[in-house]
Design a protein around this ligand. Structure first.
Ligand code: GDP
Ligand code: MG
Length: 580
């Protein structure tokens, strides 16, 4: 084993290096806390792997609340070092009692160490740190004694702290009472103590009779401990006498004189620790992360296809939808060919013949066109600004549906540190697009207004056909109307429908003949720019979400690297062999 320890430690270093890059890239707090636990337990494993036979041993007291751990600490040390109380779960954090000649490695337990001076005794301990009491005490000259919070303490941190101490210690005293020796919280510790070959002794405190000690013994033997050392200490007011060699004095002496002095974790125990570390990394971290990675990749695909252009059109589904909305809200009711046909069938066959030929239908010299002109319905000019804002919000809520429709993403969202502002683009920005583009069209028109009287006259004339458009005399008011009319007649809003009747003319004809190409071209460009910019903003929004999604799980490459390292470690271990 020893030959392998160096390479195993190196493998762990490489593995941990890869895992460190996962900081901030795990969206699930449960997986994150498993990873943090794994890192801490790796600290304990390294501590054991780096052991040297000259090191002093670290012995911890473990047990339920009120079993007398702090009391026993004081009795073993013959001082009032650890604060005891009849109150439940009194000890708040681990306390190390150590001889001044010894140095506890700073990294021990992976928690900050605080020195406690003599005047501050007895000490209660503090969650999340290690209190270190330095004592000129003969009994401590060859070992460190650790008092711990209760394994069944009120707070979850109590169990976690006890478990942490268990993992970092060389030997364990399990302390029970007649009331508490059956508690289930100790069972996993018993199992691990055997699996890691940790020297273990059992003490029944507050004892009033031998029956219960014997029952405890059979329980412990039933859990696989072979000839367990079970000491008993009578309750203060009890007449019970522990059997010879198994009272407090003997306990003190035995600990002093026997193998519990030093570290002697077997190599099989170390191999099992390594194996557990690998298995836990795989089961509790790699497997769920792999699943999450697949989820992220799936969601990413749905988000991308959401804004990807279709094969035929150069706009995404959302801009196409925006076009339809603009059509519905357009100032002019546009009559499609089918509707004209339906209507025509109801009238006469002569009319029907005419409508099958739109050119004649809308021809300049026919009068029937103006009769059909009555079918034009004028509505209010669409509010482009809020239309784009609405459409953008619809897009955002679809993205949200995609994300929240997935349980994993929903949970990441609820735990995300990201602020709303950084994840979601302000939909007003979509409205700004139209404001800016109409403004710039205005600017362009303003420069041309009057310089090309033909266009000016045409535009005013055109607008006079539209109810509400009559009042328009200022160039600055013309842009949004032009935008609708030009876009409609060139099918850029509405697909195949381009039949619009104004004063007997189709709008297309009207614009084509009367308005200069330059104006028409400029307005069409404005229209296209609005869609392009809207689409780009939507893509930015999706890119935000995709970026956020990618931060919920480490990259595929990194997970694969880590798995490779893990497999190399498993190979190293295979060559050593495990005992179970
Ligand atoms: N009567 C009696 N009380 C004890 C004995 N050992 C501990 N206690 C009391 O049990 C309570 C809990 O003890 P403590 O050492 O704080 O337990 P911990 O929670 O395991 O650290 C305190 O009130 C102690 O005085 C004992 O042997 N006999
Ligand atoms: Mg205590």
């Amino acid at each position: 084993m020893d030959n392998n320890i160096k390479s195993i430690l190196e493998r762990f270093d490489a593995l941990e290096g890869e895992l460190l890059s996962w900081q901030g890239r795990i969206g699930d707090p449960e997986i994150l806390s498993q990873l943090n636990r794994w890192h801490n337990d790796l600290g304990a494993l390294r501590f054991h792997l780096n052991r040297s036979t000259n090191d002093f041993g670290i012995m911890a007291l473990l047990g339920g609340t009120g079993t007398g751990k702090s009391t026993l600490t004081n009795r073993l040390l013959e001082i009032e070092g650890s604060a005891t109380s009849f109150r439940r779960t009194f000890t708040g954090g681990p306390i190390a009692f150590i001889h001044p000649t010894m140095n506890l490695p700073e990294s021990w337990l992976g928690l900050p160490h605080f020195d406690v001076s003599q005047e501050d005794l007895p000490v209660r301990g503090q969650s999340g740190s290690l209190m270190v009491v330095s004592l000129e005490n003969e009994w401590l000259s060859r070992r460190v004694l650790i008092d711990t919070p209760d394994v069944d303490g009120d707070a979850e941190t109590h169990y976690d702290q006890a478990e942490r101490v268990f993992r970092w210690s060389h030997s364990i005293i399990f302390l029970v009472t007649p009331e508490k020796y059956q508690m289930t919280e100790l069972i996993p510790f018993y199992r691990l103590a055997q699996r890691y070959e940790i020297p273990t002794i059992f003490v029944m405190n507050k004892c009033e009779g031998s029956d219960v000690v014997e029952d405890f013994r059979s329980q412990i033997e039933g859990r696989g401990f072979n000839e367990p050392h079970i000491y008993s200490i009578p309750r203060d007011d009890s007449t019970y006498e522990p059997p010879d060699d198994f009272g407090l004095t003997e306990l003190r002496n035995w600990i002093s004189e026997t193998q519990m002095l030093k570290i002697d974790n077997g190599t099989g125990g170390l191999a099992n620790r390594i194996q557990d570390s690998i298995l836990r990394l795989n089961d509790q971290i790699f497997v769920p992360l792999r699943n999450d990675l697949a989820t992220v990749e799936r969601l990413r695909e749905s988000l991308e296809s959401f804004v990807a252009p279709g094969p035929e059109v150069d706009v995404s589904g959302l801009t196409a939808e925006l076009q339809q909305k603009m059509q519905a809200k357009s100032i002019l009711y546009l009559m499609g060919p089918k509707r004209i046909l339906d209507r025509a069938k109801k009238i006469s066959s002569t009319v029907f013949n005419r409508v099958t030929s739109p050119r004649s239908w809308f021809g300049k010299d026919t009068q029937s066109g103006s009769q059909e002109g009555e079918t034009i319905e004028a509505q209010a000019l669409p509010d482009f600004h809020s239309m784009l804002v609405d459409q953008f919000q619809i897009g955002q809520s679809r993205i949200r549906d995609i994300l929240e429709g997935n349980d994993r993403a929903k949970s990441w969202l609820s735990h995300s540190q990201e602020t709303k502002e950084s994840l979601w683009i302000d939909p007003e920005r979509a409205g700004t697009i139209v404001d800016e583009e109409i403004e710039s069209l205005n600017h362009w028109l303003k420069e041309r207004w009057e310089t090309t009287p033909r266009d000016t006259k045409t535009i005013l004339n055109l607008l006079s056909h539209i109810p509400g458009g009559k009042k328009i005399v200022e160039w600055s008011e013309a842009s949004p109307y032009l935008l609708v009319l030009v876009a409609a007649s060139y099918s850029s809003f509405f697909g195949p429908i381009d039949l619009l009747v104004i004063g007997g003319y189709s709008l297309a004809t009207w614009l084509g003949e009367k308005l200069s190409n330059e104006v028409t071209h400029q307005v069409r460009r404005t229209n296209q720019t609005i869609y392009r910019r809207f689409e780009r903003l939507m893509k930015d929004q999706v890119a935000n979400q995709i970026h956020w999604l990618s931060q919920q799980v480490p990259s595929r490459g990194s997970i694969e690297n880590a798995e490779k390292e893990m497999n190399r470690l498993a190979d190293c271990l295979e060559s050593v062999g495990t005992d179970r």
